[in-house]
Design a protein around this ligand. Structure first.
Ligand SMILES: Cc1ncc(COP(=O)(O)O)c(C=O)c1O
Length: 429
């Protein structure tokens, strides 16, 4: 097939994308060439401030030096052996770091795999194995991945329409969304109703919940909700799976979002910024739960690849440092102050929300009716791109703008990005 040979390099490469890449993959607006810190440069030399952060993968920014050095060093030594064939040190080190740096002081064990979806999928497998039960509780607006099971757990049609039948024994409960009228009380009642009407709680293996919903619109779960869900889990012998694939790794100003609540899950799923851009994810959980699965029951060819693990060792150490988390907290305060200021100037902002630098604004056509303003969100993202800012939408109604700026951004990057965001919003609204 002939592809376009004239035009800008971006146009030529986009024509190639059109010719050879499956249409279902969301259409990227630019073709990236290189990045460092919070800046990304496209193949025609245009530079962007990156507030998309590879969808939460770049909390440490593009090409962090220590991570890149570790990748090069490991690449020279060994690219792959397959952990079940020949174990290696970087996997063991990541497993230890994760067990030692996740909530709770009890004995833990970890499993490393390739993606967030695989992490959630494995957490459910382990929970089912351990409990001998089938049922899984998921929540409105949750996003857990695109495999058959995790797509079933996910609540947004764009990720699943036309792709059923879905996995069985999945029950969806409401999650609080105070801005749209769902209170903690309503949501807990909804879960209790499910246990009366739809599934015997004694048949439920686990609940899977994001403490701050990522693709669901950066909705923060109130502490009383998580505590209420955990109490029901305890009452019925159900395992609590904390999905921190997007909210983890310093995104909220603490290493894990659940650290803000002082609560301890049975199992946890991590990914994204774990290896600063190398594909790596993990499940960490109570040793007795993780160890219940028989030998050979877990694993994958590439899972815990040595190069990805070498990257993760540096990434975890950097992100778990006091300096990094203090910077994340400071960014969070600055971003929230700026977004609240914008809300005073722009009626289109219905709500500012988030925890720390995991912050977002929900756009509405009218503050009274709260009708979602997806068109303004789309126009803001497009305007931002023209102004040199990469920005992402989120939420069921596609009307939330989220900030996933690298925590290693300079003060100038942050200010410039926020200025471009406000200019784009003003122009779009
Ligand atoms: C909370 C959460 N869980 C799971 C996933 C799936 O991760 P992956 O895309 O690496 O499969 C995502 C991805 O955005 C996520 O945000």
């Amino acid at each position: 097939m002939a592809v376009q040979a004239s035009g800008t390099k971006t146009e030529q490469l986009m024509a190639k994308r059109d010719a050879f890449v499956a249409r279902g993959v969301a259409l990227a607006p630019i073709v990236a060439d290189h990045g460092h810190g919070a800046r990304l440069t496209d193949v025609d030399g245009k530079e962007y401030v990156d507030f998309a952060g590879g969808i939460g993968v770049l909390n440490l920014g593009h090409t962090p030096d220590a991570v890149v050095d570790a990748i090069k060093h490991q690449a020279d030594k060994m690219l792959h052996s397959c952990f079940p064939v020949a174990a290696y040190e970087p996997y063991l080190e990541v497993a230890q770091l994760l067990c030692e740096n996740t909530p709770g002081t009890h004995a833990k064990k970890a499993l490393l795999i390739n993606s967030g979806a695989e992490a959630v999928e494995n957490a459910v497998k382990i929970a089912r194995y351990h409990t001998g039960r089938d049922g899984v509780i998921t929540f409105d607006r949750g996003f857990h991945g695109r495999t058959l099971l995790t797509m079933t757990l996910t609540s947004k049609l764009v990720y699943k329409k036309g792709m059923g039948p879905f996995a069985p024994e999945i029950y969806r409960a409401p999650a609080p969304y105070p801005y749209r009228g769902v209170t903690t009380k309503d949501a807990l009642k909804g879960l209790e109703f499910i246990f009366k009407a739809h599934v015997d709680p004694q048949s439920v293996a686990c609940v899977v919940l994001e403490p701050v919903q990522g693709e669901g619109g950066f909705t923060v779960m109130p502490a009383e909700f998580i505590e209420g869900v955990m109490a029901l889990c305890e009452q019925h012998g159900i395992l609590y799976v904390d999905d921190e694939v997007q909210s983890g790794m310093g995104r909220t100003g603490k290493l894990w979002a659940l650290d803000h609540y002082g609560l301890v899950p049975d199992l946890m799923t991590v990914g994204k910024s774990l290896a600063a851009g190398m594909p790596l994810a993990g499940v960490i959980g109570r040793a007795e739960v993780m160890d219940s699965v028989h030998l050979g029951g877990l694993g994958s060819t590439y899972g815990g690849n040595p190069v990805a693990c070498a990257a993760a060792v540096e990434s975890i150490k950097a992100i778990a440092s006091e300096a990094f988390l203090a910077q994340a907290t400071a960014f969070g305060e600055e971003i929230m102050a700026r977004l609240n200021g914008m809300a005073e100037r722009h009626q289109v902002i219905g709500e500012v929300r988030g925890i720390g630098p995991m912050a977002a604004i929900e756009l509405v056509k009218d503050r009274e009716t709260r009708e979602p303003a997806a068109d303004v969100a789309t126009a803001t993202v497009a305007g931002a791109l023209e102004r040199g800012l990469l920005l992402l939408k989120t939420g069921i109604y596609d009307n939330v703008l989220r900030i996933l700026v690298p925590i290693t951004a300079t003060e100038e990057d942050l200010e410039l990005g926020l200025d471009r965001l406000e200019e784009s919003l003003a122009a779009a609204a």
